[in-house]
Ligand binder design. Structure first.
Ligand code: AQP
Length: 330
């Protein structure tokens, strides 16, 4: 029997944070045994905000290396670069014609990003979710492991797929999200009301996957908590709650056990332990990352093979779509 398909991607728009790691990347390799997995570095998405070309190339290698360093096996999963598979852009055009302006207007990520990028309010930023729908639907994806921030885009993807299927005949698998409940949204260390983001200009708001031990210790020590000095897991203490989620993700302990363990302790003790835990879990990833980044030829080989495999599947879906909308065969 054919395996079900998993698809996900990360933008090479900056150094990856533990938010990206917990919400998405660390789950990728656990799925590669059971599913037919496609993991993409979504460089086309990244140019919806201004990028320096030289840096974008380097960041694309970095994300690819982090995928592999986190346990992805290119023999088991298809690992590739979005712009190397032209079908993404081609399906994007067709799906643009199946998406309503009103739907895109409701996307909260667009609203947030529009405020931050007033100087470059381009159409790509607005239609970003349609390209994401194309990425997912091209592979007949059943499951999409992403963070909570992508839930709305995923709903739109489902909607577009259902609209297309209803207008013609079943063409796209309608995907479901694999979104971790509490850990699906890791918040900023400086403002626990906003999401931790790789493009946050305040470097102290995020732990980056490549941060060294001293940096992790310093950032966690200075993270915003509260003055209650009472170790609790509750909405009224959002900074502490967020740190507990990070602890939970790196330790696989339940919130209940973590709270029981630190009841009566100072926040400082918890913060010291958390910083050590993060460093312990990230340092093997960092080691492997360094090795991989030292051999770009090997990385190129991996992404070339990945793009070929991905193109084969993507073109199958694209041919179906073109036929259904009435384009003449080439
Ligand atoms: N804070 C987060 N908590 C949990 N998951 C998160 N993700 C992002 N931030 C968090 C998940 O990481 C994956 C890759 O995200 P992306 O690169 O496609 O874009 P994003 O969601 O816009 O991530 P950033 O870090 O906020 O990037 P910038 O700053 O460039 O916009 C997705 O699965 C996402 O859900």
């Amino acid at each position: 029997m054919d395996k079900k398909v998993v698809f996900s991607g990360v933008q090479p728009s900056g150094l990856l944070t533990v938010g990206n790691y917990i919400g998405a990347i660390r789950n990728f390799h656990t799925l590669q045994e059971e599913y037919d997995c496609y993991y993409c570095v979504v460089d086309m998405h990244a140019i919806t905000v201004t990028q320096v070309p030289k840096d974008l190339r380097e960041k694309t290698f970095q994300v690819l290396s982090l995928y592999l360093a986190s346990g992805l096996d290119p023999e088991k999963a298809t690992v590739f670069i979005q712009s190397h598979v032209p079908a993404h852009a081609e399906l994007n055009w067709v799906l643009n014609c199946f998406t309503y302006m009103g739907q895109l207007n409701r996307m909260t990520q667009y609203k947030d990003k529009a405020v931050k990028h007033q100087d470059n309010l381009n159409a790509g930023l607005f239609t970003y979710p349609v390209l994401m729908a194309s990425d997912i639907l091209l592979y007949q994806t059943s499951y999409v492991p992403v963070g909570e921030d992508q839930r709305q885009h995923l709903e739109l993807t489902r909607d577009i797929a259902q609209r297309f299927n209803a207008r013609y005949s079943p063409t796209f698998e309608v995907p479901e999200g694999l979104i971790a409940k509490e850990m699906g949204k890791i918040m900023s260390l400086k403002d626990p009301e906003s999401k931790m983001s790789k493009s946050d200009p305040d470097e102290n708001a995020s732990i980056f996957v490549l941060d060294d031990e001293d940096t992790i210790v310093r950032k966690i020590r200075r993270s915003v908590t509260d003055s209650e000095a009472n170790f609790c897991y509750r909405d009224e203490q959002p900074g502490l709650k967020n740190l507990i989620h990070i602890y939970q993700a790196f330790s696989d302990e339940s919130v209940e056990n973590i709270v029981k363990h630190y009841e009566g302790s100072s926040y400082n003790q918890f913060k010291e332990d958390l910083a050590q835990l993060i460093y312990q879990k990230l340092s093997p990833v960092q080691e492997r990352y360094k090795e991989l980044m030292g051999d770009k030829k090997h990385l190129e080989e991996i992404y070339r093979i990945g793009s070929e495999k991905a193109s084969y599947q993507a073109n199958k879906t694209l041919r179906k779509v073109y036929k259904k909308v009435g384009f003449l065969p080439r």
